[in-house]
Design a protein around this ligand. Sequence first.
Ligand SMILES: [Zn+2]
Length: 332
Amino acid sequence: MFSDIIGQENVIAHLQNALRTGSISHAYILCGDRGSGKKLLARTFAQTMLCRDVRMTEHGPEACGECPSCVKALSDSHPDIRTITHEKPASIGVEEIRALRQDVQVVPYESAHKVYLIPEAEKLTVQAQNALLKTLEEPPSYAVLLLLAEDVTAFLPTILSRSVTLRMRPLSAEQVAAYLQRERADIPARYLPLYASLSGGNIGRALACADSETFAASCEALLRILRNVPGTDIMTFLSFIREEGTDPDTVIDLLTAWYRDVALLKRTGEASALIFREEIKYISQCAAALSYAGLEKIFAALLRAGRQLKANGNTELILEMLFVGIRDAYKE
Ligand SMILES: [Zn+2]
């Protein structure tokens, strides 16, 4: 149901309004990062469109979840919901769209609409987009195309002008934490604020952290270092980098989260909003050991290292310089 989806209120309001007023467009582009929930939204929209017993709730139309159409939609076996797959991993070619164009001429089996989901639609080649355009120019009344894309710059202006573009927004850290708490009882509570904070508002990224076999262990290893940075030599830090094999961006995110906690505690004395709440003892030691000038140096060093990593610098050297910079900041 739409009401089970966390966040994306604007997109949901638009889609529910289209369902309520019967003004469903022939093409939508759902645009958002990987893991932002595009597919879930598209599937919910398709299911509600085809549901035989749509319920009007205070928020808007919702699928019943029980009629034969909903049962098929939920088990991914609805004959009127088609997902376009592609053989080449990097592109969706004109052959795939030709097949869609043929299929779209066949009237729906059992519904008023026939819905086509095109995941990774940013991979449509120019030829494929031109082929698709023919369908968008004269779509059969029942056809609805849902293009899911990470980025709309890949689309021809003619595709964009014939589609309704809806943008997914990042969730707040609280929304991500609430989702994890509701859906994933297996995640230890102390990790929820951390995963939510590292997710950047993207549930897919939060789940990737939670489901990683190595993440929790390497996080613990890094925490052991962070509890006593002035007493840790560079070799210990380097062997952490080499042995744990943690992705360098994640190392920077974890360090940023830790020093954000230190700065927050130093400024406010308030522990309830800390990401590493269970580390309060060490966070307060750190807050006492670091001056504000030292903290500023650390955040500057973290930003610099992040930029250098983006520019594809030598990872180990960048992280080594970062650690040296952080340790020096304790002397400020
Ligand atoms: Zn239904």
